[in-house]
Design a protein around this ligand. Structure first.
Ligand code: FUC
Length: 780
């Protein structure tokens, strides 16, 4: 037995002796260059996947790094087309639902079932209709420098994930020019600083454009202002108002305001501070708040003449407080010396750069900090970056996996604060969701369907396809929300989320349907994006099982509503259980006829894996047969897929405790499903895969979903040595780990609150109690 293993076993008190304690703390910070991605040239104008993303959770910026003309694409996360449509819920639809359920029970032809579903039950509004809207582009800032790109040398454009600052640097005629850009959460502005290493060399013309027709640009005392309104295409529903305002400060030189341009000549340096806002307010039913001009004026006033260095240091402190909590080092090749596009190209060939795999993990954390902070909207399909008024899938909130995936790394990767926008948005959504439950299902509680927006759309439909009828979305969101509580272990969080959980569960108490054999199932049900509309999809019953289980647990912890828990327990026991099919697979549908060809099915949605991840109904070791069936299904499904699906598969293989297979997906993702700026390629760009990937990497190193904390549950051979610092385990624990030769050599647990916990490494287990703030290390 090697020394590290001896050490571990000794420290766990398993009867072996050890005389040595490890010298290296697992928390040794990663080399800062490992947290930077860099390019040797500007992004191609038409390839925004080469530009570098920044964000403060609400304002987003993409820096292209142009030499003669810099382009900064700006976004504000609430800017949507569409409106809050009061008629979303279709009167009379409950009668149609009863007919629909009757047809499904009678095994009517799909055409007849779909006709009632689409023509009589589905909402007349929503996805694809004008009222539903789409996430909108905000505006672009242009900086003309007059520099000749052909004469420039030593160009570098980079993004430092540790500071949240992007910079561009180059030399021209013996002068070094530098630009820095960041988006500050505390100050709610985007800030840019342009400098030269010789006095009087900064010459600039600043202008702005917008992809919206109704836009006006003015200049007022050094402030460039772009005010606009989204065109809804419906005069009865005026579109959202928005405003971008750039405050330009020049050190030395001369500033000239003219028409729609601010010009600075002969300056030593220039600082541009941008405020951006809409008149949106996350508040059902009208979603309208203060005018954007008022909001921007307030934001800039709060700045109160503070200089660049002050804004920068407040931003860096804030960013590092979150980002710096987790460190990941995977020993081995780390081609940080290569520009990121070349590094990716090299990885595609060799698949050997664990440093890049770790960078991509941290990049997912970075993107969550940038796109989801308290006070802003949840990260949408593109986080908060958008260059089009018609982004793919509206840049909306898809609820059959995508939005949920966005938040998988939030608590696990120690960014709990970033979860807040999702929680607030869901709290608001539950209000229209209660109306939809009443009108469409004549039921208590709340419900949401396949796709949502910023306008509280929760109805099924419209008549675009049966997937629009997926009714598990509220329950699925409650899986994330429960985990948010579970990671904290904080009863106050549980009190807050209880109405959401209870409301989602009540809906299902009223809506489960009895199927053959007296079992309970969901009808109409559908397995994304796959199979018929019926009553047989396991995905939905698995989600309901999960929700009921969490509610039962919540009543125990909160010491209330024991009667409700009893009711849920009875119903849960009658739910259609997971089943193993004739190919040894985990069935996606309870109807065996639908499973024909499951051994050839490679659909990107693997929804029946919910029970394994993110749910915890199937746990290898505890549920060996079902876990084996899930593994079989995953083998059939294969290791290809679109970006988000690959991100999910990393998590699933980690939960199946197969580190090498999980790593294969890691390689497939990094080697084939990311763009030069490391954004996930569905394709096109879709951010969920970045978040799924980061969560998956963390799941390979630490799991805590099934009572015990499992250390290095799916460590691949390729990551034989490394360390991770600051991951979170359920119950309010921070965990640091170090390993060598594929074996754990050091573990540290730090408690955020009093906690009893059991941890396991391979077959060894220990139980401990820690008080709040206390920590324990092995070896001690
Ligand atoms: C689901 C997926 C698609 C895409 C879309 C946003 O419908 O099946 O691949 O990710 O969401």
């Amino acid at each position: 037995m090697n020394k590290p293993m001896l050490l571990l076993l000794a420290c766990m008190g398993l009867g072996l002796t050890a005389a040595q304690t490890a010298t290296d703390h697992p928390a040794s910070p990663a080399n800062p260059s490992d947290l930077t991605l860099w390019f040797t040239g500007p992004a191609i104008a038409t390839k925004w996947e080469e530009a570098l993303p920044l964000g403060n959770g609400r304002l987003g910026a993409m820096i292209f790094g142009g030499i003669g003309k810099e382009h900064i694409l700006l976004n504000e996360d609430s800017l949507w087309s569409g409106w809050a449509e009061p008629g979303n819920d279709r009167e009379g639809s409950f009668a149609a639902l009863q007919r629909l359920r009757g047809l499904i029970r009678d095994k009517a032809p799909q055409a007849a079932i779909k006709k009632v579903a689409m023509d009589e039950f589905a909402s007349l509004h929503g996805y694809g209709k004008k009222d539903f809207g789409a996430y909108q582009a905000f505006c672009s800032l242009w900086l003309e420098t007059g520099h000749d790109a052909a004469a420039v040398t030593d160009y570098r454009r980079d993004l430092n994930l540790a500071t949240g600052i992007a910079s561009v640097r180059y030399q021209l005629d013996g002068v070094t020019y530098t630009r820095e850009l960041f988006c500050s959460h505390p100050d709610q502005v985007a800030v840019m600083r342009l400098r030269a290493d010789q006095p009087g060399k900064i010459n600039l013309a600043l202008s702005a454009t917008s992809a919206h027709k109704q836009t006006k640009i003015t200049v007022n005392n050094g402030d460039l202002i772009l005010a606009g309104q989204v065109d809804t295409g419906n005069p009865d529903h005026p579109g959202m108002l928005f405003e971008g305002r750039w405050h330009v400060r020049s050190d030395g030189g001369q500033r000239t305001d003219s028409g729609d341009t601010v010009t600075v000549s002969g300056a030593n340096a220039v600082t541009v501070v941008m405020a951006g806002a809409t008149n949106y307010q996350l508040r059902y039913p009208d979603y309208i708040g203060d005018a954007p001009s008022l909001r921007n004026a307030r934001t800039l006033q709060r700045m109160n003449g503070r200089d660049y260095e002050s804004l920068r240091s407040v931003h860096v402190t804030d960013h590092q407080r979150l980002f710096g909590r987790v460190g990941l080092t995977l020993t081995g090749t780390a081609r940080a010396d290569l520009p990121i596009d070349e590094r990716l190209a090299a990885y595609k060939k060799t698949r050997d750069d664990p440093g890049l795999e770790a960078l991509t993990f941290q990049y997912g954390r970075y993107l969550l900090i940038a796109s989801s902070r308290p006070g802003g909207m949840p990260a949408n399909l593109q986080g908060l970056w958008n260059n089009s008024n018609r982004p793919p899938w509206n840049g909306d909130y898809h609820l059959n996996i995508n939005l949920q995936m966005n938040y998988w790394p939030a608590d696990l990767c120690n960014l709990s604060e970033c979860f807040e926008p999702l929680l607030q948005w869901t709290e608001d959504l539950s209000k229209p969701g209660a109306k939809t439950a009443k009108v469409h299902y004549d039921s208590r509680g709340w419900v949401a369907h396949h796709t949502c927006n910023v306008w509280g759309f929760t109805a099924p439909g419209p008549n675009r396809g049966v997937h629009m009828l997926e009714s598990e979305s509220a329950a699925f969101l409650c899986q994330n929300i429960w985990d948010h509580y579970a990671f904290s272990g904080d009863p106050a969080v549980l009190e807050r989320i209880w109405p959401l959980l209870k409301g989602a569960a009540l809906f299902w108490v009223d809506n489960l349907q009895e199927v053959d054999g007296g079992r309970l199932a969901v009808s109409p049900s559908y397995s994304p994006e796959h199979g018929p509309l019926g009553d047989s999809a396991h995905y939905q019953t698995m989600i309901v099982w999960d929700l009921f289980s969490h509610c039962i647990e919540a009543t125990r912890i909160l010491g209330k509503e024991a009667g409700f828990a009893e009711e849920l327990r009875t119903l849960r026991d009658r739910l259609q259980p997971p089943q193993t099919g004739s190919y040894g697979q985990l069935q996606e549908w309870s109807d065996p006829a639908l499973e024909k060809g499951a051994n050839k099915d490679q659909h990107r949605h693997v929804s029946h894996m919910f029970a394994l991840h993110p749910g915890s109904r199937i746990v290898p070791g505890r549920d060996a047969d079902l876990a084996a069936a899930a593994m079989k299904s995953m083998q059939f499904r294969g290791d290809g897929a679109t970006g988000w699906s690959m991100g999910w598969k990393v998590n699933i293989w980690a939960r199946l405790l197969d580190g090498d297979h999980a790593h294969k997906l890691v390689q497939n993702f990094v080697g084939g499903r990311i763009y030069p700026n490391l954004w996930c390629a569905h394709p096109p760009f879709q951010i969920d895969g970045n978040f799924g990937y980061s969560a998956g990497v963390a799941e390979m190193l630490l799991q805590s979903h099934a009572e015990k904390i499992v250390l290095l549950p799916a460590l691949p051979a390729a990551w034989s040595e490394g360390s991770v610092r600051g991951l979170r385990a359920r119950g309010g624990l921070i965990v640091d780990l170090a390993w060598k030769d594929g074996k754990l050599v050091q573990a540290k647990f730090q408690a955020e609150r009093p906690v009893d916990f059991t941890f396991r490494y391979k077959t060894h287990e220990k139980t401990r109690h820690l008080s709040a703030g206390e920590s324990i290390e092995f070896p001690r």
